[in-house]
Design a protein around this ligand. Sequence first.
Ligand code: SF4
Length: 292
Amino acid sequence: MNLSIEIDSGSGFCNGVVRAVRKAESYLDEHRRLYSLGAMVHNAQEIERLAAKGLQTIDIDEMASIRGEVVLVRAHGEPPSTYDLARRNGITVIDCTCPVVLQLQKKVAAAYGKVHSQGGTLVIFGKKGHAEVNGLVGHTEGNAVVVESIAELDGIDFSKPVALFSQTTKDTEEYAALTEACRQRSAQSGGEFESYDTICRQVAGRHAALARFASSHDVILFVSGRESSNGNVLYKLCHKHNPRTYWVENNQVPASLFRDGDSVGICGATSTPRWQLEELYLHLQAEIINKQ
Ligand code: SF4
């Protein structure tokens, strides 16, 4: 079968994840063992690769039971309680919190101090239970309200000050719609409202480029772990611009997806390493182009 294949030049790990993986690898090269609090990236194959080098993923309960070890905090960041636990247990933290998330945590803590003292609410537009969101909530003494949709604004008192923040990987259009809904409710109730657009520019900037990439190919193969929040957002975006977009894990691509002469675009989430895109490229060449 004749296919032309292109890998999206903007796909691959974001800076925050590249930095965290590099730090982990350089530590493992020397020490051969490192704990990671939570999965370093939402990508099973990359986790397996790092596990083979000695990275062991643990949860917070497991961290509570270890003493004097070295634990990596991933790019998503952690609440202050995690650092307290590390201090109590004599654990050395390799802090790989992305600098962008670190700034966001500081902003959230400062805004929380202000709205809370006036009886108001700090709202985070994010995925409930996501590590970055949990970390942010931890910077508000657990009091931030996490919303995933406009409908969830119903329980919030807009007659008091409301500060709205976003998880770094949320969609900019959805955030704009949520901001507008908050603004209207606040105006109707006579409260104060402030919106802090804290979507990571590296992610937001990719949306327009990825939309162009998706619409300029016949077929899009989107590579990502299913549990990646950013992966879900970017997959939907590609699908909107190209209905022949397929989610790919472990190079599982049936030849029936393609028509002779198709141009195929390969892209992925910010948690998808570049090597997986290149591996898929080689797989298509060997198993579809050369065999069919
Ligand atoms: S998406 Fe942006 S904020 Fe999140 S880890 Fe990557 S670079 Fe940092």
